[in-house]
Design a protein around this ligand. Sequence first.
Ligand SMILES: *Cc1c(COP(=O)(O)O)cnc(C)c1O
Length: 453
Amino acid sequence: MGSPAGFARILRAPGKTTVDHFDHRDGRLHCEHVPLDALAAEVGTPAFVYSASTIRDHASRLHEAFASLDPLICYAAKANSNLAVLELLAKEGCGFDIVSGGELARVLLAGGDPAKVVFSGVGKTEEEMDAAIRAGVLMFNVESEEELDVLGAVATRLELDAGVAIRVNPDVDPKTHRYITTGKKENKFGVDLERGEALARRAVAHPRLVLRGIQCHIGSQITDVKPFAEAVERTRDLALRLKPDAPDLAYLDMGGGYGIFYKDENAPSLKDYADVIEPVVKDCGLQLVMEPGRLIVGNAGVMLTRVLYNKTSGKRRFVIVDAGMNDLIRPSLYEGYHRIWPVTGEPPPPLGEEGDGDLVDVVGPVCESGDFFAVDRPLPVVTRGDLIAVMSVGAYAAVMGSNYNDRPRPPEVLVDGDRFAVVRERETHADMMRKERPDATYRSLGTSEGAST
Ligand SMILES: *Cc1c(COP(=O)(O)O)cnc(C)c1O
């Protein structure tokens, strides 16, 4: 899929994985053909803005890079589960990786094909299993012996088959942040290869469980191809050992975790990934499943926020903006780095460079010292009312939002070409209070709601 002419793609390094359709031209940051200062005037701040072309581009480029394997791409909905984003990816032919009944409901509402849905997560409830079996999902990525037994019992009760993939822990170190490492022996995800084999055989023997795949997911924001290659190889070998006894074993699911550019990471290109993974998977008789989240949407979004105040405390200079950690928690939670730059004026420095403005902390209004977006960051002088873009916030941003400090969640806007759509409205104060019952009507256990005591 081509990109609109003239896009400089400010987040793109030549030949690298991620592309985007954000571009600083004529002194204004644009998302595709929409100038973001004008958009902010229309929808207010803070606001998330996503580029539809970027999302589509990433999905199609990933598929192209692995074309010889014709992988099933199951977008990890947890990265950004806005219905419009899911619908867009369903139309691109993507399947989905879900981790809750809520995500299942969203995927179905967005027109996702249940036959292309994989259900991950260490803590699925019986209700979630029930709903997903009835919906006809492709497979559950099972993470423990107990979970397999419960899934078998739910399927038996429903008199329906449940597809299973065993999530194994290939014990490789993806060298990413400790909070997003999942493929080492000592973390809570998956089972080790030995137990995985036993678990898979147990699934094969169960009358209502159908072993369809072996899965691994070693972490997130991984910028080295080697751990992937190792993990896929170990997972493949297990699948091939099992295959003679498992007639329905058809999928090798290598999870997600592909790193993107936030700053100057040496993120591999899609071709780099394909070069090490293709030889391992080709001709093994299993279809590759991929569960990318961040790779698809991470660089497809920016958060627009306005400067409220400048403030100096001792030697530190603070730029206080109208977005807070409740809107974007990645810097506080994962020490996540996001490029930040004024929407109008000088273009930002090239990727990997920081420019030479004064060092400031960009902070939000939330009553927490952890409420920051950047620390000691060179930024041009900004004054009250100036509009700032926090970049690469398409993944794990809006979905992690909260109402802490009673701050309404910002709107989410999808841009496609020269048009935009508000795909989630800004919350109101009434929205935030809707579920509360200030009259506190008490009742005793076992009596019906509203009965007075
Ligand atoms: C979170 C997750 C993904 C997506 O991870 P990304 O780093 O966003 O690609 C894929 N599979 C599973 C099982 C996950 O938990």
